[in-house]
Design a protein around this ligand. Structure first.
Ligand SMILES: Cc1cc2nc3c(=O)[nH]c(=O)nc-3n(C[C@H](O)[C@H](O)[C@H](O)COP(=O)(O)O)c2cc1C
Length: 237
């Protein structure tokens, strides 16, 4: 739309841009608002059974049936995970799906012995990892402002941000997998250094934890362990 004031630029928030760009941005924002309203109109909360499936009634599993997990389901889970929030949309998590005997043989020496049969029983083992170079992708992921200077040359901040958000994405992964009907068994009983050497040597990717994925054999479960009550661990300020 031509500008009545015959100027070329306008300001939105901290940014100066052309009127055409500003119109396009306002259009994207209006679409985002409409998308949230449309979702609220469809559904505002999960029912009790759904909450049980993703967290309250779900268990961490130690044995799995032979039922395979199709690649399409892994892609569905990833799409759900990728939609979840991370700071600055940094999306540092990287996922390796181990589905071959060769892959399992590479993973096995890194595991604590009790975790080996758990890993072997699952059709898919996921390495939840994060890329310490995640911040170099911010021009794509957070395009309206160059935030790379916040990370460049700051390894402690890079590591904390990658670990925090990569862990969140790993948690989203477990919830998403349960939401699409799969069972998960998380494992941190392994050497991160050995996994990094076997899978990520010479790269900026580092392992965080593992997820055994498939359709569980629930007969391997022990009893549900206690949890803290609200008043034991929650407070108000
Ligand atoms: C990050 C993470 C790491 C875990 N590591 C192991 C592990 O190495 N070996 C194992 O047998 N279970 C492991 N677990 C399973 C926990 O012990 C289990 O989730 C906990 O006892 C609660 O069980 P529930 O989720 O079935 O109620 C891990 C769970 C998480 C979330």
């Amino acid at each position: 739309m031509p500008c009545a004031n015959s100027c070329r630029n306008t300001r939105i928030g901290e940014h100066t841009m052309t009127h055409a760009d500003a119109d396009a941005l306002m259009d994207l924002r209006a679409k985002a608002h409409a998308a949230v309203r449309a979702l609220r109109a469809r559904k505002t909360e999960l029912d009790d059974d759904s909450i049980d499936v993703i967290l309250r009634g779900a268990r961490n599993h130690y044995a799995f049936t032979d039922r395979p997990v199709p690649r399409a389901l892994l892609e569905t889970i990833y799409d759900i995970v990728a939609a979840g929030p991370t700071s600055m949309n940094s999306s540092p998590a990287r996922f390796v799906f181990i589905t071959s005997d060769e892959g399992r043989a590479r993973l096995e020496p890194a595991l604590k012995p009790p975790n080996v049969p758990k890993m072997r029983s699952a059709p898919v083992n996921v390495i939840v990892a994060h890329d310490l170079d995640f911040w170099t992708h911010l021009p794509f992921l957070f395009p309206h402002e160059d935030r790379r200077p916040q990370f460049e040359g700051k390894p402690a901040h890079i590591e904390a941000t990658a670990f925090r958000n990569g862990t969140l994405q790993g948690a989203y992964f477990m919830i998403a997998a349960r939401a699409v009907g799969l069972d998960v068994g998380a494992m941190s009983g392994f050497s991160n250094a050995a996994v990094d050497e076997a899978f990520f040597a010479g790269t900026s990717v580092r392992s965080n934890f593992l997820i055994n994925l498939g359709y569980a054999d629930e007969t391997a479960l022990f009893q549900k362990l206690p949890r803290f009550g609200f008043d034991e661990v929650c407070s108000f300020a």
